[in-house]
Design a protein around this ligand. Structure first.
Ligand code: F0G
Length: 362
């Protein structure tokens, strides 16, 4: 039986017998082969041999990858005796922090950028009893306030500047390697505050060090073009994108993300909102997998790189059929408004056979 990421990967994590494990059996998310997407992307191109997998992190208990880091962060907060936690969030961190805090009996305070978080995420933070404060500003400003509060008051920060968050999140690379029996050749993922790319890269490097894998993947991160500080090389004061989860102008783990890119020989690039929405719909319609817009930045990035011939050029010549893992960080149901706004509304008809059949047209 699956026991959650702490028990499963205990020997690679900073826990002891004294750590009270707060878990909802997160992790063990499926690595789904995307054969339809691969066929769609590669027909007529020289890349017909790509193997594309989706790491569906939206199937964690609160619907995003944050649970991997939160189980460890909250367990350590309990061990260290704090009574309250705080985070700034574009939504998913707050949902996860609120849920794990509820389970641990901790007070949870979350600062969110007013008007910029998806409905599902807000509902989660509220129902789990967090104190939700909307700030008249963006995520970066909210995180600044959180940093100040934790320097002055006995409240533990559970953003990814808390190293336990990164430790917990690195378990996703372990899972990918355990399933594939090796590391993928490429990993494609969204980048916001840059904690996740930092965590994956740490995980892969640790697995290689202990001989579980022999080669490392090339890390390909994607930011939204209106919120792409790493790509542009400077902080963005007023970031914008429909992918609210990654609407971040000054990522806390900026340097680590650059290190992951450079050490792996990968890249960090950007995709437009238009590309994100089209990838979002393509993924849902071709693979039956519903991921939130920020997660679709992975797929938009994948498409961009396939078009450029990147994978074929960058795969070493010993690799005949490069394996690519795209990380789908959050569930599509987190942001139902965006889904509805992206497709045609349902037809409205009288409850009569002929009226319905007129619309069905078979
Ligand atoms: N995808 C989703 C769905 C996210 O919620 C986030 C970050 C990211 C990607 C980017 O990950 O920040 O580690 O580079 N969400 C944070 C939050 C910022 O507050 O929920 P990152």
């Amino acid at each position: 039986m699956w026991k959650g990421v702490i028990e499963t990967y205990r020997r690679y994590l900073p826990v002891s017998d004294k750590t009270p494990v707060i878990t909802m059996l997160e992790g063990n998310t499926p690595l789904i082969e995307a054969k339809n997407l691969s066929k769609y992307l590669c027909s007529g191109r020289a890349c017909s041999a790509l193997r594309i997998f989706l790491k569906y992190e939206g199937l964690n208990p609160t619907g995003s990858f944050k649970d991997r880091g939160m189980t460890l962060a909250i367990s350590k907060v309990k061990e260290e005796g704090f009574k309250a936690v705080i985070c700034a969030s574009t939504g998913n961190t707050s949902a996860s922090a609120a849920a794990y805090s509820a389970r641990a009996g901790l007070k949870c305070i979350v600062l969110i950028p007013k008007g910029s978080i998806a409905l599902g995420k807000l509902s989660q933070a509220l129902i789990h009893g967090a104190q939700v404060i909307a700030v008249n500003g963006n995520f970066d400003q909210a995180l600044e306030v959180v940093r100040e509060i934790t320097q002055k008051y006995p409240v533990a920060v559970v953003n990814s500047i808390n190293p336990y968050r990164i430790e917990g999140q690195k378990t996703a690379s372990f899972e990918i390697c355990d399933v594939l029996g090796k590391a993928p050749d490429f990993q494609v993922m969204p980048v916001g505050n840059a904690g996740n790319i930092t965590a994956y890269w740490k995980g892969y490097k640790e697995y290689r060090k202990i001989g579980k894998i022999s080669r490392l993947p090339k890390m390909c991160g994607f930011q939204a073009s209106g919120s792409a500080p790493i790509v542009k090389g400077h902080p963005i004061k007023n970031p914008h994108t429909i992918a609210t989860a990654i609407k971040i102008g000054n990522p806390a783990s900026w340097k680590y993300a650059e290190a992951a890119r450079d050490e792996s020989g990968g890249l960090i690039d950007s995709v437009t909102d238009k590309e994100i929405i089209s990838a979002y719909k393509l993924l849902a319609s071709l693979e039956g997998v519903f991921a939130e817009p920020a997660s679709a930045a992975s797929i938009a990035g994948l498409i961009k790189l396939v078009k450029r011939g990147y994978f074929v050029r960058r795969a070493s010549c010993v690799v005949r059929r490069p394996t690519i893992v795209c990380i789908l960080t959050g569930h599509g149901l987190k942001d139902p408004d965006r889904a509805i706004a992206s497709v045609r509304s349902p037809a409205v008809v009288e409850p009569k056979l002929d009226k319905v059949m007129k619309v069905i047209k078979i």
